[in-house]
Design a protein around this ligand. Structure first.
Ligand SMILES: CC(C)(COP(=O)(O)OP(=O)(O)OC[C@H]1O[C@@H](n2cnc3c(N)ncnc32)[C@H](O)[C@@H]1OP(=O)(O)O)[C@@H](O)C(=O)NCCC(=O)NCCS
Length: 207
């Protein structure tokens, strides 16, 4: 593996780049729509925007999208996929991923994450540092499970949902699409689409 392009030069992007190097990608370059305002992201160069990446796809052996916003990440992934980009999945060597699970293309799994048997993760997902996805969980596309969040067995999470840092989800719970689960929440009942839930036990946050 040689050249990897990462779209999204953020702090999250740095962790993706670091993970990529741990996965033996030798040469990592960033693209970001804020280019050329900031030419570097940590130790890595930012060399162009999305348009430049689409022009230069054939120079890269792999592409990953490192944008934290689930909706935007999903849109960019689909755009890149439609243009024939070689989307890759990155699994940090210090993650523990069951051979009986499946991880969708374009996803990233950071150090300390655990994915147990028969879990099924959609494309473009973020399994952040030290999170835990137990057996038989099913996650839709572009889901983000934040650092230290825990999903018990058989939990379902709809597309583009975000499970906040340190949250816990009871077994067999169904979380809808585009849901935000607040930091440290304890989810003990099903959650409908398009809501934010917070607290212990988690309740819908009314704005
Ligand atoms: C849930 C969340 C998205 C709400 O953000 P927000 O819409 O900006 O809401 P606010 O901060 O204005 O808070 C609104 C109310 O909800 C409460 N609240 C916010 N987050 C809460 C949480 N995690 N648990 C309990 N209450 C929370 C606030 O205290 C506030 O209550 P008040 O109206 O009585 O004062 C956010 O607080 C959160 O938890 N984000 C997850 C962060 C995370 O996981 N980061 C990891 C990145 S890798």
């Amino acid at each position: 593996m040689s050249r990897l392009a990462i779209l999204g030069a953020s702090g999250h992007g740095k962790v993706v780049a670091d993970t990529a190097e741990c996965c033996d990608w030798l040469h990592v370059e960033f693209f970001d729509d804020a280019w050329p305002l900031s030419p570097r992201n940590g130790g890595w160069p930012v060399v162009g925007d999305t348009v430049a990446l689409l022009d230069r796809l054939n120079e890269f052996d792999g592409v990953v999208v490192a944008i934290g916003n689930n909706r935007i990440r999903n849109t960019k992934l689909l755009e890149l996929q439609a243009k024939g980009a070689q989307l890759v999945t990155l699994v940090h060597p210090a993650a523990c991923v069951s051979r009986y699970s499946s991880i969708g293309v374009g996803s990233v799994v950071f150090a300390g994450a655990v994915v147990n048997a028969d879990a099924c993760i959609g494309m473009g997902s973020i399994l952040n540092t030290g999170c835990s996805i137990d057996h038989d969980c099913v996650l839709g596309n572009a889901v983000h499970v934040s650092p230290g969040a825990r999903l018990a067995g058989g939990v379902q999470v709809g597309e583009q949902s975000w499970v906040g840092i340190g949250a816990s989800v009871r077994q067999l719970i169904r979380i809808g699409a585009r849901v935000v689960v607040g930091a440290s929440a304890a989810v003990v009942a099903d959650v409908p689409d398009d809501v934010t839930v917070v607290g212990v036990p988690a309740r819908v946050l009314v704005s």
